[in-house]
Design a protein around this ligand. Structure first.
Ligand code: TRP
Length: 455
């Protein structure tokens, strides 16, 4: 029996709109900005392999669980967990999963909005033609000039936050999915084009083996944690974003089908981004490990600067990347805003402005940690990297763990079976993954991390 609730925030007009919105959420800076630089920091192929295993064994079952909980609860994560826990006769404390998600969302937005701001700044730079024929040193200088200027960063951070708030305040339904419908495929095509260009460079075969030939000597205990965190981050899991989107999904849509589509798109974009970037680095004799968070901003402009019509392509690329970041940021702010609306009865506009303002304020910490506060360290990390590490590597996996434990252990078989509508065998596979594999994976990896700290 399906639970006959409806969401006060409305419903997607079709299953495809949901898939587009969820893909828009999943495909973002995580795929194009974070995946390449994290892969480079962890030695390439072996990391990619572990990442793919994490996506399949841990990410996808948890994504199904998140959509299921959202659709059944029909509320923002904190309230959905409350309602479902009550319905299944479990502790009300399960609402803490949603609370953790709110914090994780704010933490993520602190650095997400800053990096999205870089994308905005780069759109302007491509128009000015500064990258034409630029050397690796020059593109590096351009990037460093940007991040060391707090005022510029502040302007872009503010603009990006206003963009995000303005869409969330209107309700997601009318706004961006209409754009996403064309922009996501366009981004995909452009990435393919860039991969095509990279394939002609001398570094291509080296890059392919760097990405796809695992060198297991590169793996340390933290590699697995980071790969898992990246899987959560890239699929938008563990903080209730997908749960919230699921709460607007029609009863009739197939959860496993939509999950598969989102997973394939998301992973495809990340791998294409890797295939676009690493060949260029190798052909210019650059060391991947040295890029850090600025990697794509320093590397891709070199390639654009060498091509005819490079400025135009660069303009299109950074514009599309900005849209990808935008549709993702919406999904981070949406659960918090929906919760405020439910909790306080604020209008959507007021709730979006309040949550956006808090995110903007916290973002100032990340912004300043790139320049004026670059020497201020907590646990050996700047504010920017602390927020990134805490949210991505700790909070999202813990959130995901709790979500899958609730979905697989605390919900009755009849509830989850009714929502997922799988064949018996497929249901069993989901159950095994969500009951054992995903939780065990997350727990083992977190324990490693803790013992790593102690040791
Ligand atoms: N998945 C997005 C990306 O890859 C980021 C994102 C959007 C996200 N919503 C999220 C990450 C919710 C974690 C949780 O860029």
């Amino acid at each position: 029996m399906a639970a006959n609730r409806t969401s006060i925030h409305g419903q997607w007009s079709s299953r495809w709109i949901f898939v587009l919105a969820a893909t828009g959420s999943a495909v973002g800076l995580g795929n194009i900005w974070r995946f390449p630089y994290i892969t480079a920091e962890h030695g390439g192929g072996a990391f990619v392999l572990i990442y793919l295993v994490c996506i399949i064994l841990v990410g996808l079952p948890i994504m199904m669980s998140e959509i299921m909980l959202g659709r059944r609860g029909r509320r923002s994560p904190i309230h959905a967990m409350e309602v479902l826990a009550e319905e299944e006769g479990r502790s009300r404390h399960w609402r803490l999963v949603g609370v953790l998600g709110v914090f994780a969302g704010f933490f993520i937005l602190t650095f997400y909005s800053i990096v999205a701001g870089w994308t905005l700044a780069y759109i302007l730079r491509t128009v000015s033609g500064v990258f034409n024929g630029a050397s690796a040193q020059e593109t590096q200088d351009i990037f460093n000039a940007l991040v060391s200027d707090p005022e510029r960063l502040l302007a872009w951070h503010t603009i990006f936050m206003i963009m995000t708030v303005s869409v969330v305040s209107r309700g997601v339904k009318q706004g961006l999915e209409q754009a996403v419908r064309y922009l996501m495929p366009a981004l995909f095509v452009l990435l393919l084009f860039l991969v095509g260009y990279s394939a002609t460079t001398s570094g291509f075969s080296e890059a392919v083996s760097y990405l796809f030939k695992p060198d297991f000597s590169q793996i340390g205990p933290s590699t697995v944690l980071v790969a898992l965190g990246q899987a959560f981050f890239s699929l938008s899991l563990g903080m209730g974003a997908i749960m919230t989107y699921g709460s607007y999904l029609s009863e009739r849509a197939s959860i496993p089908g939509t999950t598969a589509y989102i997973g394939v798109m998301d992973t495809g974009v990340a791998l294409l981004a890797g295939l676009a970037i690493f060949p260029i680095m190798f052909s210019f004799g650059l060391q991947p490990e040295e890029g850090g968070p600025g990697l794509i901003f320093m590397i891709l402009p070199i390639a654009f600067g060498q091509m005819s019509y490079g400025s135009i392509l660069a303009f299109i690329f950074f514009t599309l990347l900005m849209f990808a970041a935008w549709t993702s940021a919406l999904s981070i702010l949406e659960p918090i805003t929906a919760w405020l609306v439910e909790k306080t009865g604020y209008t959507r506009m007021k709730a979006a402005i309040c949550s956006g303002f808090v995110a903007w304020l916290l973002g100032l910490g990340s912004l300043l940690s790139l320049n004026l506060w670059s020497e201020v360290k907590l646990f050996g990390m700047t504010f920017f990297s602390l927020m990134e590490h805490l949210s991505v590597n700790i909070m999202l996996p813990v959130g995901g763990l709790l979500i899958s434990v609730f979905a697989a252990w605390c919900m009755s078989r009849s509830s989850s079976f009714a929502e997922l509508k799988l064949s018996n065998n497929a249901y069993l596979a989901w159950k095994v993954a969500a009951m054992f594999i995903a939780p065990a994976g997350v727990i083992l990896i977190l324990l490693q991390e803790v013992f790593g700290f102690l040791g």
